[in-house]
Design a protein around this ligand. Structure first.
Ligand SMILES: [Fe+2]
Length: 412
């Protein structure tokens, strides 16, 4: 089904099939395309397009308010997507899927020694970064895509999503966020040179076969280091080489300690393990996020970099900052921050609605509490209370100030 809409209503994730001007008058090389970033929308506006035709079937923003009422997405795997508009979630899925398809082609090209173009990846990562930076609840970016079939590609896109989410959560500049995403996306590209008979082997690998698989770090480095693109040749290539190194020199290929690695390699190594533990695969289901996190932060069991593991905990949290939840007594809490680096379950909340579900005139700041699952009866959406993202941001900021005040009072 096709529909004409004003260009002002165009969103990332919509599939454009027609313009109110001849294509020959536009700089667009193709007659139909997916809106991958706000930059695309600005270009259309810039050349004077007022109305566009979109294909609803091919668009991934099916929850546009004009077409369908808002529905609260289901939180998954230890993350809460409760504060992310569903249109954004659809756009995220679209960009993830586009990345996956392009990665499939890049793996094919790299296998035969053909260089692949980096620009399309930068473009989709730019779109993802814009979405993540415009939503403080970046934990919600982590949605599974059940349609992914190739395990290596799925793993790479999921790892990229995590890396990008953490970079945005740290409020890094967009260019840096994209670099983190690229590093995660291509960390395993060397596997394109490993025979599929070994990669897909259903039984355990022999020592000889394991050595062949371990060579994917060298293959990845070589592929990326030969790239004409400078960002791939340097940091991204180093990540491909170093992402299996472990604390205490227990990893490969060089047996380096985490402190000897470039910082991004430490993080991607950690995300690599986390995604492998939690991701659903054709041959096994992932373990719950909370179990994987408690394993990673336990230095007596895990050999990933502890700082990187804590970055991941802060990013994911069980309930990311901005989540609204109903407690057992019916009060509605807003998760406003994680004040204690030693305890990722300790949160600061604001009570925004009483037991009767009515909004309070002034939200009540709560002392930090240990947020166990039993304390969360359900997750709800700000729109249920007529709240905007700006309201939420304002309150989160106020809670932070209040917490600083209290900390100062205690220490003086
Ligand atoms: Fe790997």
């Amino acid at each position: 089904m096709k529909k004409k809409i004003p260009v002002q209503e165009l969103q990332v994730g919509m599939y454009v099939t027609g313009l109110d001007q001849s294509w020959f008058n536009t700089p667009f090389p193709v007659h139909s395309f997916l809106i991958a970033s706000t930059e695309d929308i600005e270009r259309l506006k810039h050349i004077g397009i007022r109305t566009v035709e979109i294909d609803l079937e091919k668009s991934v923003v099916r929850h546009h308010p004009q077409f369908q009422a808002f529905s609260l997405p289901t939180p998954r795997k230890g993350t809460s997507s409760g504060t992310l508009p569903s249109a954004d979630i659809e756009a995220l899925r679209s960009l993830q899927t586009a990345t996956l398809q392009r990665l499939h082609m890049a793996f094919k090209d790299a296998r035969f020694g053909k260089p692949f173009r980096i620009y399309p990846f930068q473009k989709t990562l730019q779109g993802l970064t814009e979405l993540a930076l415009s939503n403080p609840s970046v934990g919600a970016i982590l949605l599974e895509n059940d349609n992914f079939e190739n395990d290596i590609l799925t793993h790479s896109v999921n790892t990229m999503t995590l890396a990008l989410g953490i970079a945005c959560h740290k409020k890094l500049p967009p260019g840096e966020c994209i670099l983190w995403g690229l590093s995660a996306l291509f960390h395993d590209i060397g596997k394109c040179r490993i025979p599929e008979t070994i990669l897909d082997k259903p039984s355990s690998l022999s020592d000889e076969e394991r050595k062949v698989v371990e060579e994917h770090t060298f293959h990845g480095f070589k592929i990326l280091h030969q790239s004409p693109d400078a960002s791939l040749r340097n940091i991204v290539a180093r990540v491909a080489l170093e992402h299996h190194e472990r604390e205490g020199g227990k990893g490969y290929p060089y047996g380096m300690t985490c402190d000897q690695l470039q910082p991004l390699s430490r993080l991607i190594a950690t995300l690599d393990v986390y995604e492998s533990l939690t991701g659903d695969r054709s041959y096994s289901a992932g373990i719950p996020s909370s179990r994987a996190l408690s394993y990673l932060v336990d230095t007596s069991r895990s050999d990933v970099d502890h700082r990187a593991a804590m970055d991941l905990v802060y990013f994911l949290g069980e309930y990311p900052v901005g989540t609204l939840f109903v407690s057992p007594n019916g009060q509605v809490h807003l998760v406003a921050g994680y004040p204690n680096p030693e305890n990722p379950k300790e949160v600061i909340t604001l009570v925004i609605a009483g037991e009767d579900g009515e909004l309070l005139d002034s939200p009540e700041f709560q002392s930090p509490l240990v947020l166990e699952k039993e304390f969360v009866r359900s997750i709800c959406h700000p729109r249920n209370f007529g709240l905007s993202q700006a309201d939420m941001d304002h309150w989160i900021g106020r809670a932070g100030e209040k917490w600083m005040e209290e900390t100062r009072t205690v220490s003086t």
